[in-house]
Design a protein around this ligand. Structure first.
Ligand code: SF4
Length: 446
């Protein structure tokens, strides 16, 4: 819950001893509120106050880390209902269902197809992040073999789903090193559930008979000191699931109701692919941290992942590309060198035009914090010094036989200073990217 300065003050000793460096306890409370001070600075704060304040400082929805190394995914950690209020931190993960009733060959085929499922859009790689492994057969070996195959042949996160505690235990042994999410779908005492996951602090999915029962279970487990939880809020239909997602997010954010403050998981239920995409998209739009789907079609994932990208892209932060030296075509030591900024839209406007020219070239992308050419120049991020620094960092001097650099026409004003900074001849290119092909083809580059 967001505490006010007065709430924090009430928890402090109120002696105004000044040892924290603030003139009064209230001034210190205000520093804490502004996150400009640390509780450690007051030597007299009680343990109880420390506990309350550190709990209050936690985000209303806990961040749960799933997987390790390349499989690591962060879920939850959200603080608002709507992106425009601040930002959304962790995009919903898309998990693809894989059942142990499939044949060995079908499983291998599916894993290969899922691994190849990915798209690049505005310099971001879009792909599903997890596999949800279902034990639906009665043969435990099938589930164990499926788990083993996935650990070996896929780098995606893993959710183990089984109604049988002993089978789940064995499957966990198979994939313990990759920190799976664990989901026992049959009712069991909370003590047994915790025994299952405590040792490796594995994320545990829980679900009661209804939403109230799920929250009660969450409260019970929290009281036993375990907080690595994910709540399954799938309802009987899309409307019910959406309502559950919304109710829990509101309880967590607006009421700071801790049992609801965990990442939420939802299964799509429709067997119709188009309907399932709509379902998954709805859950992504409204608060699911994990959406489990069982379709594989590329067109379906393209729609879903693009939607997710748009929902979770912070409009306050421009989309950027990595600032570095890009090779377009097969440039050699005599090829032209052009410079631009790392605003994604600028890069994806300029680089295709260089390609269209059929003149192999180098494109040096400088770090302008995602600003376009003119904006970055006005904000003094695209300066002669910044370009010279990027040229040095990318060692262009040793990669090229010449000493000529082409800058965008809009920043022709940088020419003199850049020549001074680098000693290179500066050539002013066209103002618009559309002029690049003609410009490069006509360039006398000897
Ligand atoms: Fe108050 Fe603690 Fe600061 Fe002293 S050190 S003024 S008790 S907050």
């Amino acid at each position: 819950m967001a505490l006010s300065a007065l709430d924090i003050y009430k928890l402090l000793p109120k002696t105004n001893c000044k040892k924290c460096g603030s003139p009064t306890c209230l001034a210190f409370a205000m520093r804490l509120l502004a996150k400009k001070g640390s509780l450690e600075e007051c030597p007299y704060v009680s343990e109880e106050a420390r506990r309350i304040l550190s709990e209050a400082a936690e985000p209303p929805i806990r961040t749960i880390v799933v997987g390790k190394k390349e499989r690591k995914i962060e879920l939850g950690g959200e603080t608002v209902l709507f992106r425009h209020e601040k930002t959304f931190y962790h995009p919903s993960a898309v998990a693809i269902a894989l059942a142990d009733t499939l044949s060995e060959e079908e499983i291998e085929k599916k894993i290969t197809a899922i691994s190849a499922l990915g798209f690049e859009r505005v310099a971001q790689e879009l792909k599903p992040e997890m596999l949800a492994l279902f034990q639906t057969s009665t043969d435990k070996q099938k589930f164990l073999s499926l788990t083993e195959k996935v650990v070996k042949n896929s780098s995606l996160g893993i959710i183990l789903i089984s109604p049988h505690l002993p089978v789940l235990k064995e499957a966990m042994e198979v994939c313990r090193v990759v920190k799976p999410i664990v989901y026992l779908t049959s009712p069991v005492k909370t003590g047994e559930l915790l025994d299952l996951v405590k040792k490796d602090t594995l994320p545990l999915v829980i679900k009661g008979e209804n939403l109230e029962a799920t929250l009660k279970l969450s409260e019970e487990i929290m009281a036993k000191g375990y907080k690595e939880l994910i709540l399954d809020v799938s309802g009987n239909n899309m409307r019910e699931s959406l309502e559950n997602l919304t109710i829990l997010r509101r309880l967590a954010i607006l009421k700071n109701f801790r049992p609801a403050g965990f990442p939420l998981l939802c299964f799509t239920q429709s067997k119709n692919k188009e309907q399932a995409v709509l379902e998954a998209g709805t859950y992504i739009a409204k608060y699911a941290s994990i959406v489990v789907v069982d379709f594989l079609a590329r067109e379906a994932h393209l729609s879903l992942l693009t939607l997710r990208q748009n929902i979770f892209t912070d409009p306050q932060k421009p989309v950027t590309v990595e600032p570095k030296l890009y090779e377009i075509g097969l440039p050699n030591r005599d090829s032209p060198l052009l410079v631009t900024t790392n605003f994604s839209l600028t890069f994806y406007t300029v680089s295709p035009e260089i390609e269209n020219s059929k003149v192999p070239a180098y494109l040096l992308v400088t770090d302008t914090e995602g600003m376009s050419v003119l904006t970055a120049w006005a904000a003094e991020k695209f300066t002669a010094e910044a370009i010279a620094k990027a040229m040095k960092a990318q060692d262009v001097e040793n990669k090229l036989s010449h000493r000529r650099v082409i800058i965008p026409g809009y920043v022709a004003v940088l020419s003199g200073k850049l020549e001074e900074e680098t000693g290179w001849q500066v050539i002013v290119g066209p103002k618009e990217a559309s002029g690049i092909p003609k410009f490069l083809r006509q360039l006398v580059w000897v």
